[in-house]
Design a protein around this ligand. Structure first.
Ligand SMILES: Cc1ncc(COP(=O)(O)O)c(C=O)c1O
Length: 457
């Protein structure tokens, strides 16, 4: 394995050239997916007993396969929650891979985990969680939410042995991300969804708890509030929710996977008042903190509770916990054992650019949303559905039906121009298909927005 031949060196240089080109590219192509049958007919067999050779495989990647993937950082990719990793972070993602680090335990990954922890300290400081709070990087928001609710349930069961026999119950709102409902299913818990068109308010939560049957109340172990809904950037009444959770002694989890980036800005930080009272918080650096995939994060007020819930035992793991190996072990605090040091690209980018640059880039996302809102308000063929929330803008093309939005999305993508997708919005009980922008990429311009709006005329 260790005999490096000249072909491999050349291949590495080719790969590096490709990476340099991609990292410095300012105008990536939008691209379109192809069917699996089309891709297969273009590539032929790639996995064979003798191998097809690195050169051929790489050529297929460049000529065919990468062209069937949408670059998530395209400045006119404004659908879902796009991403825009800094060039520094992408570059350091290569270094992370090349360094071959096992990021589970300090014994093996100390230097990398140290860097992750530096970045984590900054994240924790944004939340205002009390002294002792800490967290770890996960594969994304779904894994972070799951790690948090497993910890919450474990804590609840530790309080009273009779809870071990009970199926858990979680309360959240209809604005919560789909992963919250999916993860409740994973842990076989029930979920009460409070129907909200705007923010979930503390008094609505209180009322819902009061209306639970006694048996259901005894199963309730967590409330999941959202710090920036995926659809519209709405922040729940975190202060009110925190008060209810405190008085009812229920775990409060805040899913700020998307919105967490806005904690950096003095303008939007007050909207998150109450987040510092949470028991756990999800923030995804691969969304609005410019990290490459995959990088989520889960933060705990009391990390010891997470350790109790997640630490794995095994004779082969004992050495990691020995005094001689003493240090922080990220695997003890979330669901995954073997892990990449996925916080490392974030650390490098933060260290290189400084946190002020992050603030500027995040505020630019919100400025783009405000400017898009103004442009929409001034145009006759479109109108705002609600005022922009964080960096999300919901708007309608007057007179369009669901199929018009769908055709428009595919048309823009087929033209290699933009990826902007519709969503649904419920107002006064009526559900409507609308268009949505989500701004993450600071390289998006007002001109891009103008051109996209023109495609709706
Ligand atoms: C609020 C929120 N929570 C959780 C998730 C899930 O995160 P991931 O896709 O990283 O698992 C998302 C994804 O968009 C989200 O917006």
């Amino acid at each position: 394995m260790h005999n490096i031949d000249i072909d491999l060196v050349e291949m590495t240089l080719d790969v590096m050239k490709y990476a340099i080109h991609r990292i410095t590219e300012t105008d990536p192509k939008m691209n379109m997916p192809k069917s699996e049958a089309e891709l297969k007919s273009l590539t032929g067999e790639t996995i064979t007993p003798k191998g097809i050779g690195g050169e051929k495989a790489f050529q297929l990647w460049k000529d065919v396969l990468v062209k069937a993937t949408v670059p998530i950082d395209h400045p006119r990719h404004l659908a879902f929650v796009p991403a825009s990793p800094t060039r520094a972070a992408v570059m350091f993602d290569l270094v992370t891979s090349a360094s071959s680090i096992h990021g589970s335990y300090w014994l093996e990954g100390a230097g990398g985990i140290f860097c992750e922890n530096e970045a984590m300290r900054w994240l924790v400081s944004l939340t205002g969680l009390p002294e002792g709070a800490f967290g770890v990087f996960t594969s994304g928001g779904t894994a972070a939410n799951l790690s948090a609710i497993v910890t919450a349930r474990d804590y609840w069961r530790s309080l009273d042995a009779s809870n071990n026999q009970k199926r858990g119950l979680i309360i959240t709102s209809s604005g919560a991300h789909s992963s919250v409902i999916a993860m409740a299913k994973v842990i076989d818990s029930d979920i009460v969804l409070i129907d909200t068109e705007e923010a979930l308010e503390g008094n609505k939560l209180e009322q819902t708890i009061r209306n639970l049957y006694k048996e259901d109340r005894s199963r309730l172990f967590a409330v999941v509030a959202t710090g920036g809904t995926t659809n519209a950037g709405i922040i729940d009444d975190l202060k009110g929710i925190a008060e209810v959770c405190e008085s009812e002694k229920i775990w409060m989890h805040v899913d700020a996977a998307y919105g967490g980036g806005a904690l950096v800005s003095n303008v939007t930080r007050p909207l998150f008042a109450g987040i510092e009272k949470a028991d756990s918080i999800t923030i995804d650096p691969h969304k609005w903190l410019f990290s490459p995939y995959d990088c989520g994060a889960i933060l705990y007020k009391n990390p010891a509770l997470a350790k109790k819930a997640h630490e794995q035992e095994g004779s082969y793991l004992e050495i990691f916990k020995d005094e001689g190996a003493k240090g922080f072990n990220p695997s003890d605090y979330q669901i995954q054992l073997t892990r990449r040091v996925r916080g490392l690209p974030l650390w490098f980018s933060l260290a290189m650019h400084g946190t002020d640059r992050y603030k500027q880039a995040i505020e630019r996302g919100m400025e783009l949303a405000q400017n898009a809102g103004k442009m929409i308000a001034d145009l006759p063929h479109v109108e705002l559905v609600r005022n922009p929330g964080l960096s999300c803008v919901l708007f309608r093309r007057i007179g369009w039906k669901t199929e018009d939005y769908r055709d428009w999305t595919f048309q823009n993508q087929r033209n290699g121009f933009a990826l902007v997708a519709p969503t649904k919005w419920k107002k006064n009980g009526v559900v409507e298909t609308v268009a949505r922008f989500c701004f993450i990429n600071p390289d998006t311009t007002e001109k891009d927005i103008e051109m996209i709006l023109e495609t709706m005329v």
